[in-house]
Ligand binder design. Structure first.
Ligand SMILES: NC(=O)c1ccc[n+]([C@@H]2O[C@H](COP(=O)([O-])OP(=O)(O)OC[C@H]3O[C@@H](n4cnc5c(N)ncnc54)[C@H](OP(=O)(O)O)[C@@H]3O)[C@@H](O)[C@H]2O)c1
Length: 269
């Protein structure tokens, strides 16, 4: 890759990873692969020597890990980052250095390496221009697509990620239950529905939501939707409110009533 897209700044002098969990361990492997000198993964009460420290600890532990770094010695020139999607940079204040955030838009279950980062999005933030540049440098070194997300926009950004990833799983679990009502075993339901889900996601990614939408709600076929609703009510009534909300949201999308705020309308709000 050309030098211009992979700037060699502070991070290429060395990065300490604190936290030996799923993401921390994957980052150690991927950064080593990218030629970045890595210290760690380090545990509690570490005294990292690197000028860039990345805290890969649970969100609720970030402030404590930052405070531990601060107690280990104040180094105002040090860059301290976290990898949380939801946590503001203020959680790093006690570390005493410049703060940055680097949140991979990917899920890590354990054992991944560089391949898991390549081509994925990364929300970056920094308390100073140098901190933001360091987050960008790390993202590019890992082959990720960086996008700057400030603290004030972080909750909405993270909600988008949760809807896209977590709620998709929730919806598939609902589909699995309804398939069970039709006599299809869970493993069979997943095997049967997965190609449909993959093609739907591919269509949405390539064409946008309105063009990707098919099915009875989009066709205005009220009689079919009513039959589906009656089956839900008969067999899994606790899912009826969710079904109704999804029908309403899908109908609004089909009518073209759903508009996403653009960065310019958001700034004006
Ligand atoms: N996994 C993902 O898919 C994913 C994706 C994007 C972002 N993230 C972010 O990555 C961060 C870590 O998540 P994870 O899934 O990797 O968690 P994880 O697998 O639970 O690992 C967390 C690690 O941090 C260690 N730890 C806890 N408190 C610590 C402290 N005060 N000082 C040093 N180490 C400490 C834990 O050690 P013990 O086991 O000894 O407690 C554990 O090794 C979170 O901010 C999360 O939001 C995760």
């Amino acid at each position: 890759m050309p030098q211009a897209t992979k700037p060699r700044g502070r991070a290429h002098s060395g990065v300490a990873i604190v936290g030996a969990g799923r993401l921390g361990s994957a980052l150690v492997r991927a950064l080593e692969d990218a030629g970045v000198p890595v210290e760690g993964p380090l545990g509690r009460d570490a005294h990292p020597a690197a000028g860039v420290v990345l805290l890969c600890v649970p969100d609720g532990e970030i402030a404590a890990a930052a405070a531990a770094l601060g107690r280990a010695g104040s180094r105002p020139e040090r860059l301290v980052g976290h990898v949380s999607g939801a946590t503001p940079l203020g959680a790093l204040a006690a570390a005493g250095g410049q703060a940055f955030g680097l949140h991979p838009l990917q899920t890590f279950a354990g054992g991944e390496g560089a391949e898991a980062f390549a081509g994925t999005g990364a929300a970056i933030a920094g308390s100073t221009a140098t901190a933001l540049a360091t987050a960008r440098e790390l993202a590019l070194a890992l082959g990720m697509e960086p996008i700057a997300v400030s603290d004030s926009e972080r909750a909405a950004y993270h909600a988008a990620a949760s809807v896209a990833s977590n709620f998709t799983v929730t919806l598939q679990a609902v589909a699995e239950r309804l398939a069970g009502v039709a006599g299809i075993a869970p493993a069979d339901a997943r095997a049967l529905l997965a190609p449909l889900v993959r093609q739907t996601v591919d269509n949405w990614a390539a064409r946008g939501p309105e063009a990707a939408l098919t099915g009875p709600v989009a066709r205005g076929d009220r009689a079919t939707v009513d039959r589906q609703r009656a089956a839900v009510d008969r067999h899994v009534p606790e899912l009826a409110p969710l079904f109704d909300e999804l029908v309403a949201a899908t109908a609004a999308l089909a009518r073209g009533d759903v508009t996403a705020p653009t960065p310019s309308t958001r700034a004006a709000a």
